[in-house]
Every structure is written in C-alpha cells, then in structure tokens.
Write a protein that binds this ligand. Structure first.
Ligand code: SF4
Length: 501
C-alpha cells in the first residue's frame, strides 16, 4: 500500500486544505503515516505569515528530505511557495511545488500525471476543494473564504493569498450535510479574512451563510474562526446571540492598544472602536470567551506605546491573548507585482488599495503618492511597471529590510525588550484566562465539547467557550458531543475539570 505523510504549518485555512488533499489520496488507496516515517509522498503545506512560520516550513521540508527514499516525492505547497524564497529555489529540482490556487490540482498531477493547468492570477473565483472526511481534526475547519485586500502593513497575506473570494453557499451547505452524515458535530468556519465572506455576492454576507447552515443542516456546533473587529457590528452580534448553534467564542485581532501604532499598522479602527465592540459583545453575550492577537515590537513601538497597549488590554474584558513578535517582512517585488497585475488592466489598478499598502509602511506625509502613482500608471502594460521603482518607493518608507546591517542592529537591540514585552503580555493572558475559568465555575455556565483525546482516564477537548475541559469518563467515545459544567481548575492550570450534565 502506498503511503502519504502530511505536515501543515499555519492557519485553519491551510489545515482545511491539507485535509481535502489528503482525503483525495486516501480515497485512492493511500495510507496516512506519521511524518517521521518513511513515506511515498510527503506533503508540506507551508506558511509565511511570520519568520517563525517560515522556519517551521523549512524545518518540515528538511525533515522530509531526511526520511525520503529515492522514489519518494516531496510536495510543497502553501504561502511559502508563493513567496518564492531562495531556500525553495535551491531545491526546485528535488521538490514538486504548487501555488495556493493550484492546491486543487495536486492529487491529479501527482497521482495521475495530469499536467498543471494554468490558473489566471486575476481570477476572481474561489477554487473549490472539498472533502467529506477529516483525518486530523475532530472539530473540523470549513474553508468558506480566501484572500484579503486590507493590506495591514505587517501582513504578507494579501500578497500571497490574493483578492477576497467567497465559496458558493450551496457548496458549503452540501459539504456540511455530508460531514454530519459522517458523524461530525462541530465545524469551524474559516477564511483568510472571514468577515469579508460574500463581498462579491449580491446581498449575501456571513449572517446569510450562518442562517443557511443552521437551517439546512443538522450540524450541532458552529464556531467562527478569527474575525476582524469592524465586522462585529450590531447585526452580527444580535444574530449570534439568537443562534444557539454558534459557540460563544470569538477571536478578534487587536494587534496594538496604541492608536498611533494601529495607524502605522494600517488597521482601520481605534482603541475606542475596539472597546465599544468588546462591550457590545459582552452586553449581548455575557459568557462569551474573547481572544485577541497582539503584536509586540512593531517598528518604532516606543515604551510608552507598549505601556498603552498593556493597560488597554488589562482593562479590556477579554479572555486570552495570542502574542506575536513582529517579523520584518521582505515583500518581494515579484509578489507585489503579481498582486498589482491581478487587479486587471493598468487603469483598473486599485490605487487606493495600493496606496494604503504603501502608506502604511511608514510616515504617510513623506510619501509622494501622486508621483508614485503616476509612475505606476504611466508604464502602460502592467508587466512593464517598473517594480524596482515601486519597491524603492515602498522600502524607503521605513519598513525594516532584512539583510541590511542597520535593520539587523535595530532588530537585535530591540530583541530583548520585545521578548520582555511578550512575556508580560503572556502573563497577563494567563491571569485573564484563569479569571474567566473561575467565572465559568462560579456561574455554573453550561458548556459543550466534542471529545477529542483520552489520556490518563480523562477525555479532553476544547469547549464551546474555548477552555480546555477534562472529563473523567470511561464509557464515552471519541467525537461525542457532551453537555458539561465546570467543577474546578485543573492542577495544570491549563483548563477545567468538568462534570457531565
Ligand atoms: S485583515 Fe490585515 S492581518 Fe488580516 S489577512 Fe488581511 S491584511 Fe492580513
């Protein structure tokens, strides 16, 4: 029997795509083996969202090379491929690479030797990649959206994932119905920028999709993956508070508690806006667990700005933090140009989007936007746009560029401080998490969880309120949905011991 080993780095969207590709191989007779085992195929779905994600991607590729035989194939896909780093270039004759929008072709190309179909970069279409079986997840991610055009200044995703595209609602519903038949109890709706779902459709948005899923399928729990703050408007909050299937867990990226830093990050809200959103959610759904992403060490972040972030979060009624250290990104001209070209004819280049991306890289006042835009538009055919000029314009605005000595020195000297900032926020996150666990215990909030792993006599899982739960129970089975109530904090301080109700 032929074997396949998979490794996924990065977001839930990548996790979904790996599962869908994996299912195609398993349906055709392959056996899934651990990545540390010899295998006929090693599939690595990579990520480049931070330097650490890139490191992990390279690490997995190296691991595959350490284990592979002469006949094994190493298949590399995902955002790291889109970025075309030197590392992959060096290996190009030894690995098989697929861009993000070629993921749906991996099985046919590898197994049936089909030639790769050229997919137009300017395609506005969501590439359908589906599966009705999940091998690596109990709470299964369902990809409904791809791409982003927000161009936050620290984020490479708009360059590697392209424009926003939404999946047809009927395909989402069809897939969930099949998954329910196969025993799935909880789905996690996911996308690169989930709040943008339905942007290209007429009068159809995330609320409409949630309504269709709730009314047309028998799925028991629906969890939303990360959603940008501005999408939590009154209508979404009200809808969620009236839909019993939706988990009371929301992940809302904050990134900084300093308005100055938020502006430089090109985030389109202020701390006041964010505070209002959290208050609105908590007023409508008081038991909700709210998690936030925060970035420390954004270029130029001062002590004062960090202290503002710390005290803003300290006073915010949230449950936990995911803390990241800023990664200096080298946005390669090729990627940037692809992103521009994919907008269509030169005149259609969305100057606003492009300018937002450029401006966000430094002090807006210093950018001669008119000159820059003229220089882009006057080039005529898109391919003739002189990427070098454009890149010079962008880089000169202050994005720390790796491989220059000043950037390295700055980064080094900030490193210790950034680590300290990170640790302070991680400690704060733990304090908030424990406070929330005690709230669940004191108020006997009913919890639901799909059983995932059994260890030392306890079933463990992540509950609908995003707290790890431990249930002492020998009779239950993997994948069962349980109604639970919190008893006490686990001695490992990592979750709560629960009873079944
Ligand atoms: S909203 Fe900002 S951070 Fe999120 S994917 Fe888009 S550009 Fe990146």
């Amino acid at each position: 029997m032929k074997t396949i080993a998979v490794a996924t780095i990065g977001c839930k969207t990548n996790q979904y795509e790996t599962e869908a590709i994996l299912n195609q191989f398993i349906e055709s007779g392959y056996k899934l083996v651990d990545f540390s085992q010899p295998s006929d195929i090693y599939l690595i779905n990579t990520c480049c969202v931070t330097n650490r994600a890139e490191y992990k991607s390279r690490y997995r590729i190296r691991k595959a090379f350490a284990k592979k035989s002469n006949t094994s194939k190493v298949v590399v896909t995902g955002c790291y491929v889109e970025q075309e780093p030197q590392f992959l270039k060096k290996l190009q004759n030894q690995i098989i690479q697929f861009r993000n929008d070629e993921k749906s072709q991996i099985f046919n190309c590898i197994e049936k030797n089909f030639p790769k179909e050229e997919i137009s970069k300017s395609s506005n279409k969501f590439v359908e990649l589906t599966t009705d079986k999940f091998y690596l997840h109990t709470r299964v991610p369902i990809k409904v959206q791809d791409g982003c055009d927000f161009f936050c200044s620290y984020c490479i995703l708009p360059y590697v994932r392209g424009k926003p595209r939404s999946r047809e609602p009927e395909n989402v519903v069809k897939q969930i119905k099949k998954l329910v038949k196969n025993g799935v109890k909880e789905i996690v709706l996911t996308g690169i920028n989930l709040g943008l779902y339905g942007k290209e459709f007429e009068d159809y948005n995330l609320i409409n999709l949630l309504s269709e899923i709730s009314s047309k399928t028998n799925i028991q729990r629906i969890r939303l993956s990360s959603i940008e703050p501005m999408f939590f408007d009154e209508s979404l909050i009200e809808y969620i508070s009236n839909n019993e299937k939706i988990c009371h867990h929301f992940h809302i990226p904050l990134q900084s508690g300093s308005d100055n830093v938020l502006k430089k990050m090109n985030r389109c809200y202020t701390t006041d806006n964010f505070q209002t959103i959290i208050n609105n959610i908590k007023n409508a759904i008081p038991d909700s667990a709210i998690g936030c992403d925060v970035i420390v060490g954004f270029p130029g972040e001062t002590d004062e700005e960090f202290e503002k972030t710390y005290s803003f979060i300290e006073n915010l009624d949230i449950t936990y933090l995911h803390v990241f250290r800023y990664s200096p990104r080298e946005i390669k001209s090729k990627i940037l140009m692809q992103s521009i070209i994919s907008q269509g004819e030169p005149r259609e280049i969305k100057s606003e989007i492009l300018m937002r991306s450029i401006i966000s890289r430094g002090e807006p006042r210093e950018i001669k936007s008119k000159i820059l835009m003229q220089s882009i538009i006057s080039q005529g055919e898109p391919r003739e746009i002189k990427s070098q000029i454009l890149m010079r314009g962008i880089i000169s605005q202050g994005e720390p560029r790796p491989n220059t000595s000043s950037a390295k020195m700055k980064w080094k000297s900030d490193g210790i401080k950034n680590r300290q900032r990170m640790h302070r926020l991680i400690k704060l996150s733990h304090k908030k998490k424990m406070k929330y666990c005690n709230f669940l215990i004191d108020n006997q909030i009913p919890l639901k969880a799909v059983l995932e792993t059994n260890k030392d006599g306890y079933w463990t899982s992540v509950s609908d309120h995003y707290v790890r739960v431990y249930l002492k129970d020998e009779k239950s089975k993997h994948g069962e949905l349980k109604n639970l109530v919190a008893k006490k904090i686990h001695t490992n301080q990592n979750g709560i011991i629960v009873n079944e109700i």
